[in-house]
Ligand binder design. Structure first.
Ligand code: UT7
Length: 332
C-alpha cells in the first residue's frame, strides 16, 4: 500500500519504449495457423504485433527503452541506484536480465534484480521503486517491463499464438521532494489459479529433457476464458479501490491505461468503471499483448501523443499470470 506517511516525494522523470521493427500481421498468421483476421480482430482487437529479431533479446530491448527514459530524465546511468526488470522471458534463467541491462547501460553503481509478476510486473516494479524512494533508501531507480514472448509462444497453438508480441517500456523514478507521483496502489495475487496461465516446463519441477521438448511444455499455456473472467473482475475491483483511496472519481482521471491484452476486456472494465471511450488508452491493435511491457509502452505512447499533461491523473491497471494484478493512480 502506498500513499501514507510519505517521507520523500517521488516523481517519474523519464519514460521510454522500444518495439522491434518486424511486424507480424493477422494476415501473416493466417498462413501459420488455422485462423482469420476476422476472428482475431473481433475476439481481441489485435491487428498486428512486433517480433524481435534473432539477435534481439529481452535485455537489449530493455536497454533500448531505458536509454530513452534516461535521456528524458537527463540522468547519467552511472547515477542509478537500482534497476528492476519485470519479465517472464528473461534472457536466461540466471543471471538476472537486470544485470545484463546494467552492463549494457554502464550503470556500475546500481543494484539489479528481476521481478516476475507476468503482465502485472511493471506495476509491481513501480510500487517497489517508489516505496524505496519515499522511504529514503534510494534516489534514482530504473524500472523496465520487457518481453521476448515470441520465444515462448507455441506457433502451432492458434489459441495463444495470435495474442502476443515483443517489446519493452521503461521509466526513471527519482526523489523529488514535493512531487506527488503515485497517489495509491493496489497489488494482488491468487496462487490458487496459477495453472490457468503458465509455462509448465523449464523450471525445477519439469526441467528440460528430450521428452519435455516433445511434449511442448516449454511454451505458454492459457485457459483463455478463465483468464478473461478473472481479469475483468480483479482489474475492475483494484481500479475502484485505488480511486476510492485517492479520493477521486473516474471523471477525475485524464487517462486510463489498462493492460493491452484484449479489447473486449478493456471495454468491459471501462464500462464497469463508468469511463468514457476517450479516457481509455488503447494501442493493442499495433502490438498485441506484450505482458510486462504492455502498460509501460502504452504509458510512453500516451505521453508522446500529449494525452497527459503535468498535474493530470493517470490510472494504470494490469493483470496477468500468477494470477497477479494491480492498479495505480498517478499524478503526472
Ligand atoms: O496477459 C494475460 C492476460 N491474458 C488475457 O487477458 C487473455 C484473456 N482471454 C482472452 O482474451 C480470450 O479468452 C481469447 C481471445 C483468448 C479467446 O476468446 P474467447 O471468446 O474466450 O474464445 P474461446 O476460447 O471461447 O474460443 C472460441 C472458439 C473455439 O472454437 P470452438 O471450440 O468453439 O469450435 C476455439 O477453438 O474459437 C476457436 N479459436 C480460434 N479460431 C480461429 C481459438 N483461437 C482461434 C483462432 N482463430 N486464433
Amino acid at each position: 500500500m502506498s500513499g501514507e506517511n510519505q517521507l520523500h516525494g517521488c516523481a517519474i522523470t523519464g519514460v521510454g519504449s522500444y518495439v522491434p521493427e518486424r511486424v507480424l500481421t493477422n494476415a501473416d498468421l493466417e498462413s501459420i495457423v488455422d485462423t482469420t483476421d476476422e476472428w482475431i480482430t473481433t475476439r481481441t482487437g489485435i491487428k498486428q504485433r512486433r517480433m524481435a529479431a534473432d539477435n534481439e533479446f529481452t535485455s537489449t530491448m530493455a536497454a533500448a527503452a531505458s536509454r530513452k527514459a534516461l535521456a528524458q530524465a537527463e540522468l547519467d546511468p552511472a547515477e542509478l541506484d537500482l534497476i528492476i526488470v519485470a519479465t517472464i522471458t528473461p534472457d536466461m534463467p540466471f543471471p538476472a536480465t537486470a544485470c545484463l541491462v546494467q552492463q549494457e547501460l554502464g550503470a556500475a553503481k546500481a543494484a539489479a534484480f528481476d521481478l516476475e509478476a507476468a503482465c502485472s510486473g511493471f506495476l509491481y516494479a513501480l510500487e517497489i521503486a517508489q516505496a524505496f524512494i519515499i522511504a529514503g533508501v534510494h534516489q534514482n531507480i530504473l524500472i523496465i517491463g520487457a518481453e521476448k514472448l515470441s520465444s515462448i509462444i507455441d506457433w502451432e497453438d492458434r489459441n495463444t499464438c495470435v495474442l502476443f508480441g515483443d517489446g519493452a517500456g521503461a521509466a526513471v523514478l527519482q526523489r523529488r521532494d514535493g512531487a506527488r507521483g503515485v497517489l495509491a496502489t493496489r497489488l494482488g495475487s491468487d496462487g490458487t489459479k496459477a495453472n490457468i496461465l503458465a509455462m509448465p516446463g523449464g523450471g525445477c519441477r519439469q526441467p528440460a529433457t528430450v521428452d519435455s521438448v516433445n511434449e511442448r511444455i516449454h511454451f505458454l499455456k492459457m485457459e483463455g476464458k478463465e483468464v478473461y473472467k478473472n481479469a475483468v473482475t480483479a482489474m475492475t475491483a483494484a481500479a475502484k479501490e485505488v480511486l476510492e483511496r485517492s479520493g477521486l472519481g473516474i471523471e477525475d482521471i485524464k487517462c486510463i491505461i489498462p493492460h493491452q491484452a484484449n479489447m473486449r476486456i478493456i471495454s468491459a472494465i471501462g464500462d464497469r468503471l463508468g469511463a468514457t471511450e476517450e479516457q481509455v488508452f488503447v494501442n493493442l491493435q499495433k502490438y498485441g499483448n506484450t505482458s510486462a511491457a504492455s502498460v509501460a509502452v502504452a504509458l510512453d505512447e500516451a505521453l508522446q501523443q500529449g494525452v497527459v499533461q503535468r498535474g493530470d491523473k493517470i490510472l494504470i491497471i494490469a493483470f496477468g499470470a500468477g494470477l497477479t494484478w494491480g492498479a495505480t493512480v498517478l499524478e503526472w
